[in-house]
Design a protein around this ligand. Structure first.
Ligand SMILES: Nc1ncnc2c1ncn2[C@@H]1O[C@H](COP(=O)(O)OP(=O)(O)O)[C@@H](O)[C@H]1O
Ligand SMILES: [Mg+2]
Length: 226
């Protein structure tokens, strides 16, 4: 199997007024193409920091990240932004939808940013919304949707530009148990259907049911649990 992510010797420091905070120092991680893995761990251990580095939203203090064959340490910020737009879909705990816009507009934005004409972007966004079961709600704004529906819109937005890598940061953290289960089922279905490689940060104890591997993040390392 080929690897979509290859991370070695990863270190991340945050500057603090009193010195620096080292979140990890020498973290290694590999994701095979087609794998769906979960990362668990207590609050503050560095899960979001890791996803932001994997998704090229932030740069490591040291170490290497390869996405596919691309060594990102040799890329400019501009090139990294292009790779991110093409390769990575993100889902967040609090959805991060734009409140003034309808579902279909929210989902169409990643395509418009890539220069796809508005009419085509909206048509593709409609099809993607149907795939997450929201064809009836495409003209509603986030404030008119339930939490679970808002997360479905966010999933549609993450996947509409057909990324290879899906990164989800506590996607069920703001939802009741049952709605959370449905969202995990949807992510699992789309993962297989769209042949994604996916990393899911979660506190949901049942997540192992949905994933091939579960890691625990502890003291700046990832420990494989199953
Ligand atoms: N931008 C930042 N500046 C300084 N410290 C940060 C920043 N982001 C996160 N941290 C710190 O890094 C550590 C890991 O945070 P985070 O990755 O958000 O953890 P988790 O997602 O596992 O809860 C925490 O101690 C947090 O306070
Ligand atoms: Mg976090």
């Amino acid at each position: 199997m080929s690897k979509i992510l290859h991370v070695s010797g990863l270190g991340k420091d945050y500057p603090l007024p009193t010195g620096k905070l080292s979140v990890f120092d020498g973290l290694d991680f590999e994701l095979e193409s087609g794998e769906l893995v979960a990362i668990m761990g207590v609050s503050g251990v560095g899960k979001t920091t890791l996803l932001n580095l994997l998704g090229l939203l932030d740069s490591p203090t040291e170490g290497k990240i390869l996405i596919g064959e691309e060594d990102l340490s040799t890329r400019t910020e501009n090139q990294k932004a292009q790779i991110r737009n093409k390769m990575v879909g993100f889902i967040f705990q609090f959805y991060h939808l734009l409140p003034e816009f309808t579902s279909v507009e929210n989902v169409s934005f990643p395509l418009m940013i890539r220069g796809i004409p508005k009419h085509e972007a909206l048509t593709r966004a409609q099809a993607m919304l149907a795939e997450v079961g929201l064809q009836e709600k495409e003209m509603l704004r986030p404030g008119q949707l339930s939490g679970g529906e808002q997360q479905r819109v966010a999933i549609a937005r993450a996947l509409v530009s057909e990324p290879k890598l899906l990164l989800a940061d506590e996607p069920t953290g703001n939802l009741d148990w049952k709605t959370g289960e449905r969202i995990l089922e949807l992510i699992q279905t789309l993962h297989h259907k769209r042949e994604l490689s996916s990393v899911l940060v979660t506190h949901n104890e049942n997540v192992a049911r949905f994933c091939q591997k579960t890691y625990l993040m502890e003291s700046g390392k990832l420990i494989l649990k199953n």
